[in-house]
Design a protein around this ligand. Structure first.
Ligand code: NAD
Ligand code: UFG
Length: 367
């Protein structure tokens, strides 16, 4: 990137310094962020750094690009500590915990494709469950007991009632969801065995959107699986049309409904969770969602508004394993963490499109 362009981006990033929708807090922590260059982790890193926390990012780059680090440093305005390594690598973790006085860990590192997890479950159990066990063991050995885990609404499975609250039975319908539930169960057992642990499993609904700078966002390799990155590529002309997976569901317009949440709201949720584990012990799962479900057609309409033209669509068969509708009861997040989402669907789509224009289509963020 040329110097002029870079300094323009720097000043843009400065202007966009986060207006964090979370109360200020005067305890500053050293936080390890695993999977630190990934989609949700990178946005969380911005929010945490802006709030004054010191960060160490660990990532094996299995699903992220090293170039995200430089973009993050541009947004944050200072260098970051990055370690290229795997959460399953005990020696790497021990060296990390010896070198850096870590107070808390936010564990994003994981594989996340539902379909891939059905094709290669062992890889998913090894990475997601094995990685979490290795991390927790190393944390325990170094006396670090504050832990926030990236879980998923997928742990609930077929809805017995909606919205899902945290007491809803958990019965995942795919190996990916099973890996998340197993880690939650390990956390619960650990908290029972030693009450000095402080742990939260954050059950994300559908994270979308991007940082306002347009420098970081969701940039999957290959053809996207998820709705908004796919729409972004249709909008930019990389793909010809959006495939609508089923218009015959019993939903408001026949298409699937989901609780989409702006990734910056999600990132702020992690800051409140960090405050929480700092001052509480035990284990609890908390939904991070908005409590509102939007249909595929509503998301397409919002994306069309963002780009100012129509998006071509084709109705296809339902996608195997898709549920018609689900959304969060976010009351606990508000009661326990003092957090609620503030950004709407139009902001999610506009920011996703801004990222596509600024970073993905303009100059690929790939390695
Ligand atoms: P992502 O793939 O962008 O980020 C995950 C990061 O972890 C990547 O940078 C990857 O390279 C890294 N990673 C994976 N395995 C690793 C390992 N063994 N050691 C070190 N680094 C490793 O995904 P994301 O969307 O940002 O998701 C972050 C977390 O949130 C994941 O655990 C995911 O399962 C969970 N989650 C995501 C969603 C979603 O829709 N995006 C929903 C619910 C839960
Ligand atoms: N959809 C389409 N066309 C596409 C992609 C998706 O019509 O090209 C539809 C789906 O059928 C669904 C909705 O858009 O109705 C959302 O689908 P996504 O693939 O964007 O998201 P999912 O709800 O299937 O799953 C996502 C993550 C999971 C995570 C879950 C948490 O991919 O990893 O949210 O709620 F577990």
């Amino acid at each position: 990137m040329g110097l002029t362009k870079r300094s323009n981006i720097n000043s843009l990033a400065l202007k966009l310094r986060l207006a964090i929708n979370v109360p200020r807090y005067n305890v500053f922590m050293n936080v390890l962020i695993t999977g630190g260059l990934g989609f949700i982790a990178s946005h969380t890193a911005c929010v945490l750094a802006e709030a004054g926390h010191q960060l160490v990012l660990l990532d094996n780059l299995v699903n992220s690009k090293r170039s995200v680090l430089q973009r993050l440093e541009t947004i944050i305005g200072k260098p970051l500590i990055f370690i290229e390594g795997d959460v399953r690598d005990e020696a790497c973790l021990n060296a990390l915990f010896k070198t850096h006085a870590i107070d808390a860990v936010i564990h994003f590192a994981g594989l996340k494709s539902v379909s891939e997890s059905s094709q290669d479950p062992l890889r998913y159990y090894c990475n997601n469950v094995g990685g979490s066990i290795a991390l927790l063991q190393s944390m325990k050995a170094h006396g670090i007991k504050k832990f926030i885990f990236s879980s998923s609404a997928t742990v609930y499975g077929t809805p017995q009632y909606l919205p899902y609250d945290e007491s809803h039975p958990t019965k995942p319908i795919n190996p990916y969801g099973q890996t998340k539930l197993q880690v939650e169960e390990i956390m619960r057992d650990l908290a029972h065995s030693d009450p000095s642990w402080s742990m939260i499993a954050l059950r994300y609904f559908n994270p979308v959107g991007a940082h306002d700078s347009g420098l970081i966002g969701e940039d999957p390799s290959g053809i996207p699986n998820n709705l908004t990155p796919y729409l972004a590529q249709v909008a930019s002309g990389q793909l010809p049309f959006i495939r609508v997976f089923g218009d015959d569901y019993e939903t408001k317009d026949g298409t699937g409904e989901r609780d989409y949440i702006h990734v910056m709201d999600l990132a702020e949720g992690h800051l409140t969770a960090l405050h929480y584990v700092e001052s509480h012990t035990g284990y609890c799962p908390v939904n991070l969602g908005t409590g509102v479900a939007y249909s595929v057609y509503e998301v397409i309409a919002s994306f069309e508004k963002a780009i100012g033209r129509a998006i071509e669509r084709k109705i296809e068969a339902r996608r195997a394993g898709d549920l018609p509708v689900y959304y969060a009861d976010p009351k606990n997040a508000n009661a326990i963490l003092g957090w609620s989402a503030t950004r709407n669907l139009d902001q999610m789509c506009a920011s996703a499109w801004n990222f596509q224009k600024t970073s993905v289509s303009a100059s690929s963020t790939k390695k």
